[in-house]
Design a protein around this ligand. Structure first.
Ligand code: ATR
Length: 489
């Protein structure tokens, strides 16, 4: 099984011991980054492994390799030889120390496993596979490559290399990880990729390496210990994607329902390359978020009615023949909380105002019409509103004071779908020209902040008010069901 290694990046031994203690139950191995320690700590380092009941990797990383050691190389060798008097389990040595017989012999004589490492902070080298193989100089050495994918295509290359190495008999043990946000999935999926371990941090603000996951997130969000060769991978793609709450929602569901699956965020710049990654990793389903909801459509084998009409898909998954299907759970996610809130099964010709005419409005109009409502669209850019209205054969008006009478007519339910009310527009009320009577039901699909300016104003006038958090949950629950066949709740 791939192990979890916590990188110790504090300036003193005492602080590092505290961090190790705090994460003790979450990790298997510690890496002591001696290059990040204050110099007055060096004398304590031969004793360090005896202060802790986990195997320790001894690492002194130079500036060129992404560390902070900027002193003399001769001194570094001497320190390493000295510190190896302690009971370290591993020593991380870059290629330039390959032929340093004193360091290598000392490690071997002390039973310390050598990790032969190299770093590339710019890319995933085209010859990564050959490079890794060429470093595997004997059976006992663990070869480590830490590379920095900057695109989905480079992440594909990295994953492809790892899977080839996993099958190869030319290499025994290796660690292969991608830095940065594009590389993040490799840190979660190290077991799948055949990596001996994954590195993690005490917190997200680590000096260890960019894109580290915390030990707590690895265990508590991603259920890292349960990932095996048979675990199903689901994902979310988008750009950005790191702020998404979906990994928490889906992975919690897998844990609660004992489903052998993991849900991983993939920062993506090319849905086409993501589909190649999905093929390699046999990804079963994926949430799709901004800006790929339309771009994903030509890449799947079949789209349903919701995608056809909304022109966007937020969910793709495979059927039992391996074909990719696309659907849109945003529409269902939007309508379900509204129906529950009112306590009805459909909207039975109710007149509903939709504020906005963007992607979210399209899903809203589709869902509202599907539930039998009569819809009028109110949008700042009137031609865009008319265009959407034309598509769904409904009405459209400009979002301004001149439309007050029409807004009143359709105001039994007002569905706000624009990003106005959310940071950085949290101080704006898209209906600032309108006074609520108290009879309108106001549904703002924004979930952060929990209460927008519009909701506050409506609530003060006595209107029933619904925010967007339930929509987020409902669309995720439906995705969960599509991915796993099991109800979330
Ligand atoms: P999404 O996919 O989240 O719906 P979108 O497709 O970019 O995003 O649509 C954004 C919606 O918010 C549009 O209806 C936009 O109005 P315009 O068509 O006039 O651009 C609306 N919007 C954005 N900023 C706005 C503002 N300051 N006042 C009113 N509407 C605004």
């Amino acid at each position: 099984m791939s192990e979890i290694c916590l990188v110790l990046t504090a300036a003193t031994v005492v602080e590092n011991l505290e961090i190790a203690k705090r994460n003790h139950s979450l990790i298997d191995i510690l890496e002591l980054r001696t290059d990040l320690l204050d110099e007055d700590q060096y004398q304590l380092l031969a004793d360090f492994p005896s202060l802790i009941d986990k195997p320790v990797i001894l690492t002194c990383r130079k500036v060129v390799d992404g560390g902070l050691w900027n002193k003399d190389e001769k001194q570094r060798r001497e320190y390493l030889l000295n510190w190896m008097e302690g009971d370290y389990s591993y020593i991380d040595l870059e290629m330039d120390l390959k032929n340093d017989s004193a360091v290598v012999e000392k490690a071997l004589s002390r039973g310390i496993t050598i990790i032969r490492s190299f770093h590339d902070f710019n890319t995933v080298p085209a010859d990564l596979y050959e490079k890794m193989i060429s470093f595997a100089d004997d059976q006992k050495t663990i070869v480590k490559g830490a590379v920095y994918p900057q695109t989905s295509e480079e992440l594909f290359r990295l994953i492809d290399t790892a899977l080839k190495l996993k099958k190869s008999d030319k290499i025994d043990s290796f660690i292969l990880l991608g830095m940065g946000e594009f590389g993040f999935p490799t840190r979660i999926l190290s077991e799948k990729l055949g990596s001996y371990l994954t590195f993690c941090s005490d917190s997200h603000e680590s000096r260890g390496a960019p894109g580290h996951c915390s030990a707590s997130d690895l265990n508590n969000i991603y259920n890292f210990r349960n990932i095996t060769s048979s675990t199903v991978i689901n994902s979310i793609i988008g750009n950005p994607v790191s702020q998404s709450k979906s990994p928490q929602i889906h992975n919690l569901g897998y844990k609660k329902k004992s489903i052998d699956a993991v849900y991983v965020p993939f920062l993506t710049d090319s849905p086409r390359w993501f589909m190649e990654i999905a093929r390699l990793l046999e990804i079963h389903g994926s949430s799709v978020t901004v800006p790929f909801k339309s771009e994903i459509i030509p890449l799947v084998d079949h789209i349903d009615k919701s995608v056809n009409q909304i022109g966007a898909s937020n969910t793709i998954y495979r059927d039992r023949h391996g074909r990719w299907l696309a659907t849109n759970t945003d529409a269902y996610g939007l309508i379900k909380p509204l129906l529950d809130f009112i306590g009805v099964k459909d909207l039975d010709s109710r007149k509903v105002a939709v504020i906005g005419a963007g992607g979210a409005a399209r899903a809203a109009v589709f869902a509202l019409l599907d539930m039998g409502a009569q819809v009028a669209i109110f949008n700042r850019t009137h031609p865009k509103g008319l265009e959407l209205a034309d598509l769904f054969s409904c009405r459209a008006y400009p979002l301004e004071e001149s439309s007050i009478e029409e807004l009143k007519e359709y105001s039994s339910i007002i569905v706000q779908t624009t990003n106005v009310g959310m940071a950085p527009l949290e101080h704006i009320d898209p209906l600032d020209f309108y006074s609520f009577s108290g009879d309108e039901l106001v549904y703002d699909i924004i979930y952060k902040p929990e209460e927008t300016l519009l909701m506050k104003k409506a609530a003060e006038a006595g209107c029933p008010v619904l925010g967007g958090f339930k929509m987020l949950e409902e669309q995720a629950y439906l995705q969960f069901k599509l991915f796993t066949g099991i109800d979330y709740n």
